[in-house]
Design a protein around this ligand. Structure first.
Ligand SMILES: Nc1ncnc2c1ncn2[C@@H]1O[C@H](COP(=O)(O)OP(=O)(O)O)[C@@H](O)[C@H]1O
Ligand SMILES: [Mg+2]
Length: 577
């Protein structure tokens, strides 16, 4: 139960509360166990004496012990609630922290919906288990043990009968629980599916409408939802059958007690009082109740175990890409990049980059052009080590990127990603993401370079203008300009723009590129585009096709010598023919 311990290790800081709760639970169980005893005394001593005040005294004792046990029980619960809440808070933070270390490759593996379910519902299941399951488990064990011990104290021979009947019921339970556990796993998986489908549909809501796929998606969701419903129903039915079964077994046990005990009370040679018989049958019930609870706890436990396993999968995921043992930390980079026989593939798929060899000088302005899927993004993602190469090395300033610290790589190299990611918040907030310490003036400058100031200045609230989740309320071109501004603001030594001018008109695009090239600061700049216009002023242009470098050269050179480049140029500039 290795995985169990690692999640429950999060309880360690709260072991004081857990222990306090445990002590209170023992006290309350003792008080509950005392009650049948007081009843016994009331019957054996109080009633025969005929002394009313005596009998009232016993009744009072029962009431007081009941109230006390309630209060103590409640306090124990409060401590547990606190411990479970603090623990789930820590656990959620730990999960978030771990997910923050995930590399692109890890995100390829995990679905967003899954990660959300695990940080939310699974953590909640564990919290509920600690809050209720743990409580019930300890109390059940205490009550069971206490009841059995009391039975032995009252009548050994009858207690032996019970001592044999009860464990057989526990064994029966374990057998049932074994069957139930996989079903609980399935409930979880079915819920995951529902969540995933929901998530995908919400994220792709517009796409679904654009392609009029609502009905099909609706059907898909309904089918997942009904799977979930069916399997949940099966579980409730199982639980529903178990309860009455147990009650029946409990009542049968009482019948056995009354039968064998009754004959003993009637037999003058055996010393068994009526009060002891009543107490004994009460203990039979107090022993059976925990057994019923144990059944619930076991299914609860199975559910919590499933959640723990899933939480641990995240906690124990070593990020695919992490700092080397002794990372090389550099304050700044010269900016040379070298691809040395680099090949790359995703998972077990076909190679998407094939034996690339290329060296880029510090301060060089490189343009990369190629069709969709030619490997442009894959190639630049290797530079800040978003992925590791399948073979070959990528070097920066002569150092293998795998020897450099991730902070150096990510801090000194900025990639404006192809799918522009914006957050809900103000425009300033979104740009400042590139450099949290930037002044308003720096933000304005960056926006100017990215030609974003043009539209921002026209807004009534300017940089304080609020945008929605994922940049709602902005056009594609506006989003791309914000992404460029953000990248520029981070002031990297290597700046990579991955096709982030696709939604812009030719004039704006040219302006942005001029602004970038005009900047006095020396930096290596890589601009990816599918349009020659964007990259034609680069020092060198690289044509990528199916993961291979087809040709390199300046715009003029390629126009002269490269057939593919000529073709692209002609389709994009029909007038120049
Ligand atoms: N995360 C990924 N997982 C699996 N395959 C991918 C992933 N990213 C890109 N690919 C595949 O790699 C190939 C190159 O893609 P990409 O580098 O995005 O090309 P480009 O940027 O030139 O359009 C494509 O076949 C694409 O489907
Ligand atoms: Mg791309």
């Amino acid at each position: 139960m290795n995985s169990f311990s690692s999640v429950f290790g999060f309880l360690k800081p709260y072991r004081g509360k857990m222990f306090g709760s445990f002590l209170l639970l023992i006290a309350s169980s003792l008080m509950i166990l005392l009650q049948p005893r007081i009843t016994q005394w009331a019957i054996d001593f109080g009633i025969p004496s005929g002394n009313i005040s005596h009998i009232i005294g016993y009744a009072f004792a029962i009431i007081i012990s009941a109230i006390l046990s309630l209060v103590v029980n409640y306090s124990s619960g409060v401590l547990l609630i606190q411990a479970s809440q603090y623990m789930s808070y820590d656990l959620r933070n730990a999960l978030f922290k771990r997910i923050s270390t995930f590399s692109f490759k890890d995100f390829d593996k995990w679905r967003t919906g899954e990660l959300i379910v695990r940080t939310n519902s699974d953590v909640n299941t564990v919290r509920m288990f600690i809050r209720m399951g743990f409580f019930m488990l300890i109390q059940s064990v205490l009550m069971l043990a206490g009841s059995l011990a009391s039975m032995f104290m009252i009548n050994t021979s009858m207690a032996w009968i019970m001592a044999i009947i009860m464990p057989s019921i526990v064994v029966l339970f374990f057998i049932i629980a074994k069957f139930i556990r996989p079903i609980f796993m399935k409930v979880r998986q079915a819920l995951d599916q529902v969540n995933n489908t929901l998530q995908e549909n919400l994220v792709g809501a517009k796409l679904v409408r654009a392609f009029s796929r609502q009905q099909e998606e609706q059907r898909k969701f309904e089918s997942k939802n009904s799977d979930y419903y069916k399997i949940s129903k099966k579980v409730s039915m199982l639980v529903g059958v178990m309860m009455p079964l147990l009650m029946m077994l409990g009542n049968l046990a009482v019948v056995v007690v009354l039968y064998s005990g009754g004959s003993q009370v009637a037999d003058p040679t055996i010393q068994m009082s009526l009060g002891s018989l009543v107490a004994f049958s009460n203990y039979t019930m107090t022993a059976f109740f925990p057994l019923i609870m144990l059944g619930m706890i076991l299914s609860f436990l199975a559910m919590a175990m499933a959640s723990v396993k899933r939480i641990n999968e995240i906690l124990l995921t070593e990020p695919a890409i992490k700092d080397p043992e002794n990372p090389l930390i550099l304050d700044s980079l010269e900016g040379s990049i070298e691809f040395d026989h680099v090949s790359h593939r995703y998972g077990e798929g076909e190679p998407v980059l094939k034996d690339l060899t290329l060296s880029i000088d510090p301060g060089e302005r490189l343009g990369i052009i190629g069709t969709t899927g030619s490997g442009k993004s894959s190639m630049v993602h290797l530079i800040p080590r978003f992925y590791d190469t399948a073979s070959g090395t990528v070097k920066i300033d002569g150092h293998d990127v795998r020897d450099l610290s991730l902070d150096t790589l990510r801090g000194r190299i900025t990639v404006a990603l192809q799918d522009t990611q914006l957050f809900s918040g103000t425009l300033a907030y979104n740009i400042r993401f590139g450099n949290p310490d930037a002044t308003d003036e720096q933000i304005r400058q960056a926006a100017q370079i990215a030609c974003a100031s043009e539209f921002i200045d026209e807004l009534e609230d300017g940089y304080d203008h609020k945008i929605g989740e994922r940049g709602q309320g902005l056009s594609g071109g506006q989003r791309q300009r914000l992404a460029i501004a953000r990248a520029v603001l981070s002031d990297p030594d290597i700046l990579i723009l991955d096709d982030v001018t696709s939604a812009l008109d030719t004039a704006t695009e040219s302006d942005i590129v001029s602004n970038l090239y005009k900047e006095s600061r020396k930096r290596t700049t890589i601009i990816i585009s599918q349009k020659i216009n964007t990259i034609k002023r680069a020092d060198r242009i690289l044509i990528l096709d199916q993961g291979e470098i087809v040709s390199t050269g300046t715009h003029a050179e390629l126009l002269r010598s490269c057939k593919i480049y000529q073709d692209i140029f002609e389709t994009q500039n029909p007038a120049a023919k």
